[in-house]
Design a protein around this ligand. Sequence first.
Ligand SMILES: [Zn+2]
Length: 243
Amino acid sequence: MNSSLTTPAIVLRRADWRDYDRMVTLFTPEHGRIDAVVRGCRKPKSPLLNAAEPFCAGEYQLLRVKDRVTVTQARITNGFFELRSDYDRLLHGAFWLKLLSEVVVEDEPNEALFRMTLDALAYLTHSELPAPLLTAMFEMQLWRLTGFSPNVLECVVCRTPSDKTALRFDAQKGGCVCAFCAPGAHSLSEAARRILMKAPRTPYSAVEKLAPREEWPEAACRIREFTLARVGNIKNLPELQAL
Ligand SMILES: [Zn+2]
């Protein structure tokens, strides 16, 4: 059955298809991931050329015929085009889109994650905040908004709370552990634990007030380990500079 739909969307990835077409993976707030064809967008002067670029956000008009979805029109609201002129920041953004391609699934609405992504991309494109710090924020928020945040309140094995023991961090086990349950795990400073606890709920506009910059690198390392433990099968991840 044919059906049409107009929805906000962000392009997560694209691939050339046939002579003039592209396949795109769209992230939509109400329908999750949608794979769609953009016909003729590689022809010169195609009005859909920019709408098939990764990072592009806008209103997309889609037509579903049987199993195939086609983009029929698009109105770009934010292309984040300036991001392409800063290679380091672009790599960070590419990492975010890769993570989203892994965690966003078909027919699963997640409006909060959609809004957070637009916010994060705006800060990556237009703010002076270091890209590695924004990436650490993005990872923490991504896991909160998909329900997979690491547990940093207690030992995930024996449930001893943080005020009763010095907690360590074990990405594979899903968060904090006590020295008794995982003697080989990374130590975790209280400052880093606080960032891991608060940053997932902190708006980007307040990230500078959350903790001094020197307290971030440890938290950024731990959340990256956690991310890689969750999406270990992900291929061709960009090499990012550390915080
Ligand atoms: Zn324990």
